[in-house]
Write a protein of this length. Structure first.
Length: 364
């Protein structure tokens, strides 16, 4: 049953103890060999992800996020020789980008940073233009200039590294990473088409061609949206009163074909299954604002009125995270915390490379 809407949830309501060994450091041997916790009823049922087609009905509609993760982490030097690391958050016009920066002393406007040896040695330079969005902003507005006039997309593809989440332990200094080939393949979904994300929509990592073929044969349809996941997805909530948290902004788009597919699904009595929290945020932003494209900072917490999504597949998220709050809003807080306790006791794997669960909307 839904949670009472008059309960004032605080940050502590979304906390839990997670053994460190349950944080997945590598993907499952095959995408669809990960585990799936079926949490639609009680008690929950432990399954394997490839069993998903049998859990859906002909006429249901799956909606995926088709964003593609950029090689957005770049390692370079200041003119003084000091190390600098960029995480590109968004590409703007004419070679300009917005980025997070790790450096011992923040450079002043006009300073030039050198990557892969710098422009004169076949790499590229990054000129600091300003803080973003204003002089006190936490991000940086930079202009990238390559040796051959490459676009930021080309420079990232040639010189960058996938920005894996901080809880996945890899080399973080730009040096040789023996797991790089695995991550380059498995940290992208098979639906990845639109470049622009700095984190994967991880619930879709479990899908492979075999599962998709069986879903299609069962009469389950598929559609796509785009939400370019930003680094803010890992931003911790620092206020005990969750209403005081300011949600990060991300760009999204809902194609007309997907709107038509949702309308057709409703007309035939099917259910809309969102693959991941980013898809939920996209669809519910569109429903809330009527805008098919733009930036969203929607913050979904218990008490939110869902208008589009009936079912959700999602991975297991960090304690006290905005994603925990979204899942609790969807499935009910008490049910969500029960499912997490079950998952920990049953040794499910957590976070980006971890296992998944299937949920029904609490009010459905």
């Amino acid at each position: 049953m839904p949670d009472p809407t008059d309960h004032a949830f605080t940050l502590s309501d979304f906390d839990f103890d997670l053994p460190g060994e349950l944080i997945a450091q590598h993907p499952a041997p095959q995408r669809s060999s990960s585990r799936l916790l079926d949490g639609r009823g009680w008690p929950p049922v432990d399954r394997i992800f490839r069993s998903l087609p049998e859990l859906l009905a002909p006429g249901d509609l799956m909606v995926f996020n088709d964003t593609r993760v950029l090689k957005a982490r770049l390692f370079g030097q200041k003119a003084s020789g000091g190390h600098v690391e960029l995480l590109i958050e968004r590409v703007l016009r004419e070679g300009e980008v917005i980025a997070h920066m790790k450096v011992s002393k923040k450079p002043a406007p006009g300073a030039v940073l050198h990557f892969a040896g710098g422009r004169q040695q076949g790499g590229f330079d990054a000129q600091m233009l300003a803080r973003w969005p204003d002089a006190q902003g936490a991000l940086f507005h930079l202009r990238l200039t390559g040796a051959a006039g490459e676009s930021p997309w080309e420079l990232m593809q040639r010189h960058g590294h996938l920005p894996l989440p901080p809880y996945i332990e890899r080399h973080q200094d730009g040096g040789h990473d023996p797991d790089e080939a695995e991550d380059n393949e498995r940290y992208q979904t098979i639906f990845a088409r639109q470049p622009g994300a700095v984190a994967a929509p991880t619930a879709a990592l479990h899908f492979d061609d075999g599962v998709m073929a069986r879903l299609a044969a069962r009469g389950v349809e598929a559609a796509q949206v785009t939400l370019h996941v930003g680094a803010g997805t890992f931003q911790p909530v620092k206020t005990e009163a969750i209403a005081e948290h300011h949600m990060h902004s991300e760009w999204y788009q809902v194609p007309a074909a997907t709107m038509d597919a949702i309308a057709a699904c409703r007309a035939r009595g099917g259910r809309v299954l969102a693959i991941g929290t980013t898809t939920v945020r996209t669809l519910e932003s569109w429903a809330l604002t009527g805008r098919a494209e733009g930036d969203t900072d929607i913050f979904i917490t218990p008490g939110f009125g869902f208008k589009v999504v009936d079912l959700l597949i999602t991975n297991f998220h960090l304690p006290k995270s905005t994603l925990m709050m979204l899942v609790s809003a969807f499935a009910g807080h008490a049910r969500t915390m029960q499912l997490y306790r079950h998952a920990i006791a049953a040794r499910y794997r957590f976070f980006s490379y971890g296992d998944a669960m299937l949920l029904a909307r609490a009010s459905a």
